[in-house]
Design a protein around this ligand. Sequence first.
Ligand SMILES: C[S@@+](CC[C@H](N)C(=O)[O-])C[C@H]1O[C@@H](n2cnc3c(N)ncnc32)[C@H](O)[C@@H]1O
Length: 276
Amino acid sequence: MCSYRLHAEYADSTPLKVRIDTHERYSEQPDDPTADVLAALDLTGTEHLADIGCGDARFLAQLAGSGHQGPLVGIDTSPAMVAAANAVPGVRGVYGSADRIPFDDNSFDTVTARHMLYHLANPVAALREFRRTTKPGGTVAVVVNHPGTCPHTTELVAAHAATYGIGAAETVTMTVDSDTLPALMSDVFGEVRIRRTDNALVFDTPDPLVRFAEALFSFYGVTPNHPRRQAILNDLREDVEDWFAHHPGRTWRDPKGYIVATTVVDHQGSAPAAST
Ligand SMILES: C[S@@+](CC[C@H](N)C(=O)[O-])C[C@H]1O[C@@H](n2cnc3c(N)ncnc32)[C@H](O)[C@@H]1O
């Protein structure tokens, strides 16, 4: 059930682009998870780097554009995202899942998984794959959101979906967050460094908030071809416009944030059992 909604959410890159653009433009503090990951990794530019769940490959495009010389690979379960990665000069897109990475042991110097691990039913299986495919001494960086990030907008979308009989059972659940990731990573890798960012989305007009809310629809069961999608969107827009009309001069402020968790892979260390 969930995987169908996840598939719908990432069938094309538009909702993801809307969400990333919204975070770039409407955050209270400058929002740049890419810069945080780069600061945590301290790349030389020669690394063989795999970005797992690469999305529209903008991170890899930025690396390629800034002169990264080592091979750059984007791995994703969405064919549209793999195509987007393959369209970037200097980047190879590969279809594959984080919990079964289609590469040999010790393939990469660096593995990144940014805002994707929470989509895995078994995130630990993916962490083990990151460890398996990273060379000894290589680095793994994982970005996940704080629990309940953007609670007001997600509650708004869930409430409007519920009005049309779409319940919590149809919601894509996030399986790991910034509270739970550090311990999971420590179990798999040992020592983990954490960089934490706290921020908020801030809207002072309805349009960008409605656009952001719509970009979350598939996560709440309102898939692109859902027969009531337009009705739900119309109701939500009316609700948001009412909110701004009744709160003159106020902004819609939604707390959010993420961590970048980084670790150096030591294959001599405590290798976890391959179960779970
Ligand atoms: C929120 S987007 C993040 C995209 C990109 N990493 C970024 O930060 O802009 C999540 C991405 O993970 C991909 N994804 C979801 N489940 C996956 C899995 N099991 N293995 C690989 N990619 C997956 C989705 O198709 C989507 O492109």
